[in-house]
Ligand binder design. Structure first.
Ligand code: ARG
Length: 467
């Protein structure tokens, strides 16, 4: 008895049912039904040009494919037992609808070049969606930063209080990472936008199809140049997964900062109720679950990246079935990022900044560097100025007072360059405003950042589906 599989010609015994289950990817790759159909329609048009299909046959195939697409869209497509993957399912349905002519569509094509093409088509739209979401996030951060320019708070290194900064400067420090993530998508888009179709199973296409025309039809910028390389290439997915992982890490660092800031100990911000949850036991609790989920998912995004890398490691040339896992990983990374980006957008948009608490958390010891700069501006070398400011800190600590409470005499006994105007050092706003250089925390420098980011927001690199 011949098996019902599309590849069943040389088989006599049916496939083992456990293997059949393991082998089937339809429940995952059906997500690419539209890409598979578009790729097939373009391939059909090329077969007409090569006279491998007559116009009528080609039209019948394209109409059949359109009908199949509608069935998928309307959730009417019936998956049958032998539908291994989206490619076999669509082809099986096509021959059901239009008869033997449908069986001509696969002429010279293999699922090996087909699946790679489908994934690239799918990823192109996915990258465009991610660019939009990142831009939305940066816009929310830019808008907040503009509104809250006047809010100042301690900046930290090693999680120790370091120097006063603007809240906007802090927020934008994360926004710049997301801008860079969005910019990097351009390169991933470029390497994704290369067409492998026409590579066949591994040796190429024997019917002299015009691959360049086919690529133009499908909107690919260029085509692969070696069929063996093309069918085994998953670099575009690896790049995407590394990118997802790094973007996840950027999100996790923002989430961690905000979790710390939202604790009662800090109390700099309050996460809105809509983005928090409570405790089933402790009635007073309000947990920043949104941010914790984001922090946690960064770990699984890295897992996705390493999972594909391990699949690719030492894989023999061209196509091997190990590669079938790639789609589950790619879809999952995309889905996780989309949900995380939606949640972070809402969390940032709705959180409240407690600017009084932020300001009250500042203390004059955070201006010890400014004391050193005071001396530098009066000709003392920075090393010596740093040393003397350190002595001021130590003296104040010993006397258990604030550094701003040392008398001028005491200061002068450490360095005689201290004068009455040293009083002016104890001012957070002046301290912040001295950082006028590009990239600093002064008002003008932050406004300059905002201008750059705003211009960037209006630029657009990755074509959207309809553009
Ligand atoms: N479902 C397969 C995959 O996703 C399609 C390619 C199958 N190719 C083959 N020679 N069995 O990788």
């Amino acid at each position: 008895m011949e098996t019902q599989k599309l590849w069943g010609g040389r088989f006599t015994n049916p496939i083992n049912s456990a293997l059949e289950q393991l082998n089937a990817s339809i429940q995952i790759d059906k997500r690419m039904y539209s890409e598979d159909i578009n790729g097939s329609k373009a391939y059909c048009r090329i077969l007409i040009l090569c006279k491998l299909l007559s116009e009528e046959e080609g039209n019948l195939i394209c109409e059949g494919l359109d009908q199949i697409e509608t069935e998928w869209q309307e959730n009417r497509f019936v998956i049958k037992d032998n539908d291994e993957d989206i490619h076999t399912a669509n082809e099986r349905r096509l021959t059901e609808l239009i008869g033997d002519i449908g069986a001509k569509l696969h002429t010279g094509r293999s699922r090996n070049d087909q699946v790679n093409t489908d994934m690239r088509l799918w990823l192109r739209s996915a990258l465009s969606a991610l660019e939009q979401l990142l831009k939305e996030l940066v816009k929310i951060m830019v808008d907040r930063s503009y509104e809250e320019l006047g809010t100042i708070l301690p900046g930290y290194t090693h999680l120790q209080r370091a120097q006063p900064v603007r809240w906007s400067h802090f927020l934008l420090s994360h926004a710049w990472n997301f801008k860079s993530d969005a910019d990097k998508l351009r390169n991933i888009y470029k390497i994704t936008n290369v067409m492998p179709l026409g590579s066949g199973a591994l040796a190429g296409n024997p019917f002299c199809i015009d691959r360049i025309k086919l690529a133009q039809d499908l909107g690919f910028e260029t085509i692969t140049q070696n069929s063996m390389q093309a069918v085994g290439d998953r670099d575009f997915i690896a790049e995407f997964l590394f990118w997802s992982s790094l973007t996840g890490i950027h999100l996790s660092r923002l989430a961690e900062d905000l979790i710390i800031f939202s604790t009662k100990e800090f109390n700099f911000i309050e996460i809105s109720d809509s983005f928090s949850t409570g405790s089933s036991l402790m009635p007073q609790k309000k947990n920043a679950d949104s941010l914790e989920l984001i922090r946690g998912i960064a770990g699984s995004l890295f897992g996705h990246c390493s999972s594909l890398m391990m699949t690719l490691k030492a894989l023999p040339s061209t196509y091997n079935k190990d590669l079938q896992n790639d789609k589950e990983i790619m879809f999952s990374a995309f889905d996780k990022l989309v949900s995380v980006l939606n949640v972070i957008c809402g969390t940032i948009k709705t959180l409240k900044v407690n600017s009084a608490k932020c300001r009250n958390a500042l203390s004059f010891d955070m201006l010890a560097t400014d004391l050193a700069y005071y001396l530098v501006r009066r000709g003392v070398s920075f090393r010596n100025a740093h040393h003397d400011a350190g002595k001021v800190v130590a003296t104040a600590e010993k006397r258990n007072i604030c550094i701003s409470d040392l008398t001028l005499k005491e200061l002068q006994s450490i360095n005689e360059k201290f004068q009455v105007d040293v009083e002016d050092v104890w001012n957070y706003e002046t301290s912040i405003e001295q950082y006028q250089t590009i990239g600093g925390t002064s008002r003008n420098s932050v406004i300059a950042q905002l201008d750059i980011l705003r211009n960037w927001l209006s630029e657009h690199y990755i074509p959207t589906k309809n553009s």
